[in-house]
Write a protein that binds this ligand. Structure first.
Ligand code: PGA
Length: 234
């Protein structure tokens, strides 16, 4: 048990999760958390979770409005299927050249909730450039309502190497101070940590880091582990 409101969100990335979503629906009790599912599963997930407290979000969106862009899906499409939240700026999405500022604009046009990922690369970490890196990424934000920020150092994602509490707290302080300059609502923006969080390390991070929740990749592919994280961090 922890003594602050805490959000847990799973990012199921590009995995074939039809069976896993069914397991979530079968095994969840009253726990409330989010799952960001691959786009083709959005409506299936919503109907499977209809009578649960699991909410469903998208993992990315097009940088463009509607039109002749085969294979892409827009903010409008996400809204049209009843989804309210989208992840933007995950390092795996940035790495393939998708442009976060335009995606943010599109999501804001449709008043979607945004979970915006920021985090320094391994190289920036090594050369102590975290602050510069985060400040640059945060400069892409234009609206601060409906915003959650996930601090995910790139070197911690999927590596089994969790950032130290001290490092997380430094990064969170940088993010808060940049937000303070940009918006009077800076205190309302929830800040998550992501990067190799699992059922074994979650409690210590939840207690000691100044975060309001977790973004979880690998461990969310195992229903029992994910539910354990959610139960521990209530
Ligand atoms: P991980 O992924 O928990 O497997 O490190 C986190 C993420 O990519 O959001």
């Amino acid at each position: 048990m922890i003594s602050k409101p805490f959000k847990v969100i799973g990012n199921l990335k590009m995995h074939a999760v039809g069976g896993l979503l069914q397991q979530y629906a079968d095994q969840v009790g009253g726990q409330s958390f989010g799952l960001l599912v691959p786009a083709p599963y959005l409506t299936l997930a919503q109907s499977l979770f209809e009578n649960t407290s699991i909410w469903v979000g998208a993992q990315t969106l097009s940088s463009h409005g509607q039109g002749a862009r085969t294979g892409e899906f827009s903010a409008k499409i996400i809204c049209d299927v009843g989804i309210e939240t989208v992840l933007i700026g995950h390092s795996e999405v940035r790495a393939r050249g998708e442009y976060a500022p335009e995606q943010i604009k599109q999501a804001n046009n449709e008043r979607l909730n945004i979970i915006y990922c920021v985090g320094e690369s391994a190289e920036a970490y090594e050369y102590d450039q975290m602050e510069r890196f985060l400040t640059q990424q945060l400069n892409d934000l234009s609206e601060f309502d409906r915003l959650t920020i996930a601090y995910e150092p790139v070197w911690a994602i999927g590596s089994g190497q969790v950032a130290t509490i001290d490092h997380i707290n430094k990064a969170i302080a940088v993010i808060r101070s940049v937000l303070r300059e940009k918006t009077s609502n800076f205190d309302e923006v929830k800040l998550l940590y992501g990067g190799s969080v699992n059922n074994k390390n979650c409690l210590e991070i939840a207690h000691e880091a100044n975060v309001n929740g977790f973004l979880i990749g690998g461990a969310a592919l195992d229903v029992e582990k994910m539910l354990e994280v959610v139960n521990l961090c209530r």
